[in-house]
Design a protein around this ligand. Structure first.
Ligand code: ATP
Length: 458
């Protein structure tokens, strides 16, 4: 079932940009890029091996999708498959093209698997694909009965970035990335991209208006402007926001055309949400109006590869629960260290660790400890490293309380990062020890021979 809310637009105007996609007349699919897929022969799946069910599991602008059982050989066990049929005679060519496109993307684990094409006298031709049993990301973000955490979001975004990087490294562009086209399976662990109707080989003169309003890059909408692979990165930024926020990015009363004008001319973007600045800074860069500022697909992939290491449980299966949850829960992070110095492996990792520490420690509240006087709070201030050599995290604490206890604390001796020798005992370690000694509400674990510090705070 399609999800209007998730795409953030309701069908409500004569212009008829639907909540799902533009109408066929607006969505042009037929660019005859023969070099993209014409040399491939699509395998035929015999009807004898298929047992279609009457259940429709999805519908799009160009076709509908049904569930079926498929046996690769007469002896083999049946597996569930999804068959996408064309709505009309006129969209059959698009379906064939999509099957060919998909065939040449099979090496990548995050593109939907295709078995071949089938033909029925009543339904016409269909594309036989693997069945993704956990529906689409559009449905998941709105289904508050499935609780997911930031680690799951990082894992899905990594998988999506892997697919995009694969397309771009082959000189190809998707142009219609959106939550409806991201399908999930295996207890929500696996994410795959579907719907390759707009897929294209990159060329220097792409100007066709194509895509879906919410995730459409402004340069695509801006008429005769040329655009390139960075339009997929824009869509990635919006999808990232939707997965984290679990709501519509724009008011549903906004008509599609007015949304597109607002995005292009007034540069409106989804609203601020409560999430780590590591993530918000990144999605904002992805949806930057200037495509040159947006990261490349390989940068996006590298970024999520790093994040994946810091967020645990990213491959834990999810279950449907009766508990309604509304937000992504923060989880502990792990920081790699080397010789007592925090040593992120790259500039991005350094920025990540810096921000994450800042966000975490900012939240710390000094709780009233037994026999230790009134509750006070500490205002941490991260001294940001300025050079790549200076990747260590230096923390400078200022006491905002008035009690003399805190001003005479061991923190005084390390409050200036310039006075501390980061190769000796790192400031972070002393500070955390101090918190622990005061029985504050923070959990610090030193793992793997002190090479990893795990911090969790409530
Ligand atoms: N392999 C699959 N397994 C499970 N569900 C699927 C599968 N393929 C498609 N669907 C469902 O069908 C919907 C429509 O499929 P698809 O996006 O390919 O159609 P479309 O006509 O190209 O759509 P659009 O209007 O976005 O162009 C998907 O959003 C999804 O919910």
């Amino acid at each position: 079932m399609e999800d209007n809310e998730a795409s953030g637009l309701m069908v409500q105007n004569s212009y008829s940009f639907s909540s799902i996609s533009p109408t066929p007349s607006q969505k042009i699919r037929s660019s005859r890029d023969s070099d993209l897929c014409d040399t491939l022969d699509i395998p035929i799946v015999s009807r004898k091996r298929l047992e279609p069910f009457n259940t429709r599991i999805g519908r799009g602008t160009f076709g509908y999708v049904t569930l079926a059982q498929y046996r690769e050989s007469p002896e083999s066990e049946p597996t569930k498959v999804a068959i996408k049929f064309a709505n009309k005679e006129t969209t059959k060519d698009s379906l064939k093209r999509e099957a060919k496109v998909l065939l040449q993307l099979q090496e990548n684990g995050h593109c939907i698997k295709i078995y071949g094409m089938c033909k029925y006298p009543d339904k016409g031709i269909g594309v036989v694909m693997e069945y993704m049993d956990c529906k689409s990301m559009a449905e998941l973000v709105n289904d508050k009965k499935v609780d997911y955490k930031i680690g799951n979001a990082i894992s899905w975004l990594y998988q999506l970035s892997d697919a995009i990087d694969y397309f771009h490294s082959r000189g190809q562009v998707h142009r219609d990335l959106k939550c409806q086209n991201l399908l999930l399976s295996d207890e929500y662990k696996n994410l795959k991209v579907c719907d390759f109707g707009t897929f294209k080989k990159l060329d220097n003169s792409m100007t066709t208006n194509i895509g879906t309003p919410i995730t459409m890059a402004p340069e695509i909408f801006e008429g005769n402007k040329k655009y390139d692979a960075k339009c997929d990165i824009y869509s990635f930024g919006i999808i990232m926001w939707q997965i984290i926020a679990r709501r519509s990015p724009y008011p549903s009363r906004l008509e599609a055309i007015s949304l597109l004008f607002n995005v292009a001319d007034r540069k409106i973007r989804p609203p601020e949400i409560k999430c780590s600045s590591i993530l918000s800074r990144f999605y904002k860069r992805c949806w930057h109006p200037d495509p040159n500022i947006r990261p490349t697909s390989s940068e996006v992939k590298a970024y999520f590869e790093i994040l994946r290491k810091y967020y645990p449980n990213t491959t834990k299966p999810l279950v449907h629960t009766s508990t309604v949850t509304s937000s992504i829960v923060q989880e502990p992070i792990k920081i790699e260290r080397d010789n007592g110095k925090i040593m992120p492996k790259s500039q991005n990792a350094a920025m990540f660790v810096e921000n994450e520490l800042y966000a975490r420690i900012s939240k710390l509240k000094v709780k009233e400890a037994k026999n230790q006087g009134p509750v006070k709070s500490l205002n941490p201030d991260v001294v940001r490293p300025t050079t790549s050599e200076d990747m260590g995290i230096c923390l400078n604490y200022e006491n905002s309380g008035s009690a003399s206890e805190a001003t005479s604390s061991p923190i005084d001796s390390i409050n200036s990062p310039t006075n501390s020798d980061k190769n000796d005992i790192p400031p972070i370690e002393q500070i955390l020890e101090y918190f622990r000694a005061k029985e504050l509400d923070i959990q610090v674990d030193f793992l793997a021979n002190k090479k990893i510090i795990q911090i969790s705070a409530s």
